[in-house]
Design a protein around this ligand. Structure first.
Ligand SMILES: *[C@@H]1O[C@H](CO)[C@@H](O)[C@H](O)[C@H]1NC(C)=O
Ligand SMILES: *[C@@H]1O[C@H](CO)[C@@H](O)[C@H](O)[C@H]1NC(C)=O
Ligand SMILES: *[C@@H]1O[C@H](CO)[C@@H](O)[C@H](O)[C@H]1NC(C)=O
Ligand SMILES: *[C@@H]1O[C@H](CO)[C@@H](O)[C@H](O)[C@H]1NC(C)=O
Ligand SMILES: *[C@@H]1O[C@H](CO)[C@@H](O)[C@H](O)[C@H]1NC(C)=O
Ligand SMILES: *[C@@H]1O[C@H](CO)[C@@H](O)[C@H](O)[C@H]1NC(C)=O
Ligand SMILES: *[C@@H]1O[C@H](CO)[C@@H](O)[C@H](O)[C@H]1NC(C)=O
Ligand SMILES: *[C@@H]1O[C@H](CO)[C@@H](O)[C@H](O)[C@H]1NC(C)=O
Ligand SMILES: *[C@@H]1O[C@H](CO)[C@@H](O)[C@H](O)[C@H]1NC(C)=O
Ligand SMILES: *[C@@H]1O[C@H](CO)[C@@H](O)[C@H](O)[C@H]1NC(C)=O
Ligand SMILES: *[C@@H]1O[C@H](CO)[C@@H](O)[C@H](O)[C@H]1NC(C)=O
Ligand SMILES: *[C@@H]1O[C@H](CO)[C@@H](O)[C@H](O)[C@H]1NC(C)=O
Length: 485
């Protein structure tokens, strides 16, 4: 959605000023479907005219972006009219829009020529305002740089209020940020999204925050970190078949809150699309390491028990992946002995086949062998403290992470596995009160809280999405074994 904002109480000011007989105004020509970049002094107005040859009405999408400004400046206001501003203009003979968070948008329909004014005035009594083009000693400290575009069936700068950047997880020095769905499932091309990341409330963060909807405000790179500090890649992980771009952002400070923006530049044109910011916080403790893009456990993109002194994120990812894959391979040999491809009558369950079994084994295995690690200072009650008692003992022997906190796998992974695989395989889940709580977690109903681990769990933010999953109705098992490693 493009947001249009107006400041109602300001427009009588302009009416008054327009009604005042203004000496000859100089219009700067603005090209149809073009952009003008300018500087405007405080308490003044800059005028533009646009013309085109055809004698037909056009709808023009004007955007006015503030690129940089000074402390205490007034927001720019964009005015457009079919009439020259030299004449008195009755209310209704012009349209206007005030800049909000750096951006004003105005869609106008009319015949050539059209007239546009960019105003930095907030007072009808301002001397510099009346008359429009007074000689005035320039003071560069009180100038606002702007970009004015007149799109012909094109909007140069737009703010899309749909959240488009997500923080998948963080560790003490890195964060994995990911875009929303792109419109393609093609992962071979990395699009030109840009990110700008600053410690929350730092000077840069405040500077961007004031102008965050303006695309040109990012042009001077007011950021501590940007895509040059990130490994860029594409993934189809998560819901839907859509590609997403991911930014593995490195060099962060521990125990720090960051604000991140993503923007999409237009190709071969001024402007682009801006989106709302996200914030994320890095870990205090150094035992968790963020891994992603595992070949077999492809849904894993979270912090795991690590040892940054001994393992890079890449080698850690490869080790965990290999562990899970080893079990999976052996399991496929076992499963091969069941009549998976036999006729419907001999299939072990009317509901499930061997592909379901393999898939649910894989989901369960990856979550069980690759623990989701939480910051040691996180006191959430659903976390389990581990100190040399990892659920998968090789973690303690090989990785040697030291004390960490674990987000338990989600219980539904176990139920799904037990109900999807042949009963003779003996998969069973612990019962409530008899080990379930020690081995498995439950999905939290609180937004944004990941209280148990499962593939893509960060893509569901509420329990609602899980309640609709039909496996709940299949749960039939009263079980002997605990499905823990
Ligand atoms: C805003 O972004 C969302 C998510 O990418 C997209 O579905 C929507 O069409 C966009 N809206 C506009 C007006 O571009
Ligand atoms: C636009 O402004 C320029 C410069 O002031 C002027 O020469 C031109 O005639 C104007 N065009 C129209 C259509 O008013
Ligand atoms: C300009 O004229 C057109 C056609 O007469 C009218 O629809 C439009 O509202 C006018 N625009 C402004 C900004 O007054
Ligand atoms: C506006 O642009 C779209 C595609 O960008 C095109 O399909 C449409 O015909 C254009 N409309 C006009 C009036 O030019
Ligand atoms: C121009 O603005 C109008 C009104 O907001 C909007 O409906 C239209 O989609 C915009 N056109 C383009 C090409 O963005
Ligand atoms: C991506 O698309 C899938 C499938 O349509 C949808 O379930 C999911 O919510 C979308 N993700 C975002 C971040 O919009
Ligand atoms: C990607 O999209 C193409 C065409 O839309 C489709 O044929 C293909 O099956 C999709 N691939 C995946 C992995 O979803
Ligand atoms: C307007 O400019 C944009 C960006 O350069 C371009 O994509 C679009 O085709 C242009 N439209 C017209 C009608 O020239
Ligand atoms: C897989 O099976 C082989 C042969 O029984 C065994 O040596 C190996 O340890 C098993 N691998 C795993 C990861 O269990
Ligand atoms: C079942 O069929 C699939 C694909 O047709 C094949 O890959 C698999 O090996 C078969 N399994 C058995 C046990 O025959
Ligand atoms: C967690 O609990 C410990 C001990 O009770 C306390 O010192 C610490 O401040 C708590 N951490 C947070 C983040 O609340
Ligand atoms: C969420 O869980 C809490 C604690 O388990 C419970 O008190 C609350 O009613 C639940 N809210 C909803 C909407 O289910």
């Amino acid at each position: 959605m493009i947001k249009f904002t107006s400041i109602l109480f300001l427009f009588p000011v302009f009416v008054f000023l327009l009604a005042t007989k203004i000496a000859a105004i100089t219009y700067n020509p603005l090209t149809l479907n073009g952009t003008a970049v300018g500087n405007i002094e405080d308490q003044s107005v800059v005028y533009y005219n646009i013309s085109w040859s055809e004698g037909q009405a056009k709808t023009i999408n004007l955007t006015l972006s503030t690129c940089s400004t000074f402390e205490g400046s007034s927001n720019l206001i964009l005015y457009a009219s079919n009439y020259s501003f030299d004449n008195s203009l009755a209310l209704g003979n012009y349209s206007y829009s005030s800049v909000d968070a750096g951006l004003a948008s105005l869609s106008i329909t009319g015949y050539s020529p059209m007239f546009i004014a960019v105003s930095s005035s907030d007072s009808q009594y301002s001397q510099s305002y009346i008359g429009g083009n007074h000689d005035k000693t320039s003071n560069s400290a009180y100038q606002t740089e702007y970009e004015l575009s007149a799109g012909n069936n094109f909007t140069f700068t737009q703010y899309n209020e749909t959240k488009f950047l997500f923080a998948q997880d963080t560790d003490f020095q890195a964060a994995l940020l990911i875009t929303g769905n792109l419109t393609t499932n093609d992962t071979s091309v990395i699009p030109n999204y840009q990110i700008y990341v600053n410690p929350t409330d730092s000077a840069f963060d405040k500077q961007i925050g004031q102008l965050s909807r303006s695309f040109c405000a990012y042009r001077g790179n007011p950021s501590t970190l940007n895509i040059n500090n990130a490994d860029l890649s594409m993934t189809v992980r998560g819901l839907g078949p859509f590609a997403k771009e991911q930014f593995y952002l490195k060099g962060l400070s521990p125990n720090t809150s960051y604000t991140a923006y993503v923007v999409k530049p237009n190709i071969d044109a001024y402007g682009g699309t801006t989106y709302p910011p996200i914030t994320f916080t890095t870990n205090v403790g150094t035992t968790c390491q963020l891994i992603y893009d595992l070949e077999f456990c492809s849904e894993v993109a979270y912090s795991v028990p690590g040892n940054a002194a001994a393992y890079s994120a890449l080698s850690l990812a490869s080790w965990y992946n290999q562990q899970a894959y080893g079990y999976y391979q052996n399991f496929t040999y076992t499963l091969d002995q069941y009549p998976c491809n036999a006729t419907a009558l001999s299939i072990y369950s009317l509901f499930r086949n061997c592909s379901d079994c393999l898939q649910s084994y894989r989901n369960w295995l990856c979550a069980a062998v690759i623990p989701r690690c939480a910051d040691i200072t996180d006191n959430s009650t659903f976390l389990v403290y581990r100190n040399n008692n990892s659920r998968y003992p090789l973690i303690d022997e090989v990785v040697r992470p030291g004390p960490y906190k674990e987000v338990l796998p989600c219980a539904h992974l176990c139920y799904t596995l037990a109900s999807s695989c042949p009963v003779d395989l003996g998969f069973s889940c612990p019962r409530s009160g008899f080990g379930l709580e020690e081995s498995y977690g439950e999905i939290s109903n609180a937004t944004g809280v990941i209280a148990c681990n499962a593939p893509g769990v960060e893509f569901y933010e509420s329990v609602a999405s899980f309640l609709q999953i039909p496996w709940l109705s299949f749960i039939i098992l009263f079980l002997i074994w605990c499905l823990v490693l």
